[in-house]
Write a protein that binds this ligand. Structure first.
Ligand code: ADP
Length: 484
């Protein structure tokens, strides 16, 4: 069982309209610890009817929530931020146990997740409108911003806490209730957050969490005319389906989808810094983040040296149960994820790639996988096109700046990109030429609540975090005042 200071944070019911409930059918879904294979909890298997009730509760809660002053909403969100930090250790244990990432990373995620409530508690007070110079002498023109209405969120398992707060923070701050469906693999972090939202005094119906059938819950969220906006983080494939399902009701959508991040190391780079960045960007969360480096392009002059240094750094990674001290790479989320990494490695090796490190399932069993490096990777290999979402660093060799920009952009994705160079002119040229929503120059970790997170091309729509994150939950209303 989980070793929690406050065991009441481990919730096995859903939180709808301020109440803890089971599914109508009484059916449950087991939650598994990927490091041990043990079942750690059961959560309700809810469907269409329960989702409809949660949406209707949100609709009832909306008028009073939007009528609160921004400062009142801000105070409640600030309280939720403080409660998350006060319970950071327990929330991290829950997260690691259901998701697998090392405890230090889980604690980092809880702090990052909480920061969205802090940031948007502040931004709540800064939803400014505008006055527009009037073309008519007797009229005055204004634009005001108002909450969009009832919102819904579908979130993934790789950041079970932060992917919720990045959506719920701006939604609640703007005055929108939100109904949330966490990933089936990681419902416990979401339910623990619901408990804290309850303790913070967020009114019934404003923040609801349902677990269960993705198809039924997602189906009702997208079909319901009450829901004015859907925010989704997950695969491009499901994002496309959800966007199509939102079309009949002309719902607004925010999508944060797959990436295929290039990580470019130029001849003039600080190689040690580049290796440190590559380790952080590639192996964090066992390579299971949408901004993980997926393709490492290394310029010919430093290719061998970089490969050697990266292999030395990878040799220091410690694979194991995330709850154990010193572990830097936990298990992968499930065997399907393991199989995808194996498929990419086998394909690369069959087409001429060379194994530099790792390459197979880890001796620990379960879904543990060795941190892997493959060199001599070429554009015809699967890993060049598809997101691996695992601890595999494929090393491509390139000659010129122009060539690598073209290769980096040769993908339908456009989420994050990274490059290392100490030439200031090149830094600007490359940063501007990369067709990505986010670029890290000499940085492998770039996420923060104060900056806009999001992708271009088929990596998504909208931005989360920063002041831009608020706009996604607001409508602009034009007021024309005549007779003046
Ligand atoms: P991942 O590859 O990260 O698991 P998915 O896109 O499969 O990404 O899942 C992300 C989220 O979308 C999860 O909460 C999952 O349960 C949910 N989901 C998957 N299929 C559907 C669907 N057809 N309708 C609604 N939600 C879905």
């Amino acid at each position: 069982m989980l070793n929690l200071k406050d065991p009441s944070l481990l919730k096995q019911q859903c939180y709808i309209d301020g109440q803890w409930l089971d599914a109508d059918s009484g059916e449950k879904i087991a939650v598994n610890n990927p490091a041990t294979g043990e079942i750690i909890a059961h959560v309700p298997k809810m469907g269409t009817a329960e989702t409809r009730r949660a949406i209707e509760a949100a609709e009832r809660a909306w008028p009073a929530w939007k009528a609160k002053s921004a400062k009142e909403r801000s105070t409640l969100l600030r309280k939720l931020y403080e409660l998350m930090l006060a319970n950071q250790d327990d929330l991290a244990v829950i997260l690691t146990t259901e998701q697998g990432k090392p405890l230090a990373e889980a604690k980092g995620e809880i702090a990052y997740a909480a920061s969205f409530f802090e940031w948007f508690a502040e931004e709540a007070k800064r939803v400014y409108g505008e006055t527009i110079p009037s073309p008519w002498a007797d009229k005055r023109l204004l634009a005001i911003k108002q909450p969009i209405g009832v919102t819904a969120a579908v979130t993934p398992w790789n950041f079970p806490s932060a992917m919720i707060t990045r959506k719920a923070g701006p939604a609640l701050a703007a005055g929108c209730p939100m109904v949330i469906k966490p990933a089936t693999q990681t419902p416990l972090s979401a339910l623990a957050m619901a408990e804290l939202a309850h303790r913070a005094g967020i009114p019934a119906g404003v923040f609801s969490v349902l677990t269960g059938s993705a198809k039924e819950i997602g189906g009702e969220m997208t079909a319901s005319p009450i829901v004015r906006k859907l925010s989704f983080t997950g695969s491009t494939e499901i994002g496309r389906e959800l966007m199509a399902a939102c079309a009949p009701t002309i719902k607004k959508v925010s999508l944060e989808l797959g990436g295929n991040a290039p990580f470019i190391v130029f001849d003039d780079a600080d190689l040690d810094a580049a290796v440190e960045g590559a380790i952080a960007s590639k192996y964090r969360n066992a390579g299971q983040t949408c901004v993980c480096a997926n393709r490492l392009y290394v310029q010919a002059g430093v290719y061998e040296a970089f490969a050697e240094k990266l292999a030395a750094a990878v040799a220091k990674l410690k694979v194991g149960n995330g709850l154990e001290a010193g572990v830097t790479q936990g298990p992968m989320i499930d065997m399907k994820a393991v199989e995808k990494v194996e498929e990419h490695i086998a394909d690369a090796l069959a087409k001429g790639g060379k194994l530099v490190a790792g390459g197979k399932r880890h001796a620990l069993g379960q879904s543990f996988f060795e941190p892997t490096i493959v060199s001599h990777v070429t554009a015809d290999m699967k890993v060049a096109r598809e997101e691996t979402f695992g601890p595999l660093a494929p090393l491509f060799k390139f000659e010129t700046e122009q060539e690598v920009i073209e290769r980096a952009n040769d993908t339908e994705f456009g989420l994050a990109a990274y490059f290392y160079s100490r030439d200031l002119g090149r830094v600007f040229r490359v940063a501007e030429a990369l067709e990505y929503g986010m670029v890290g120059a000499n940085a492998g970790l770039i996420s923060t609540e104060v900056a806009p997170f999001g992708g271009v091309k088929q990596s998504g729509l909208g931005r989360e975090g920063s002041r831009h994150g608020m706009e996604d939950y607001l409508e602009v209303k034009y007021l024309c005042l005549a007779g003046i």
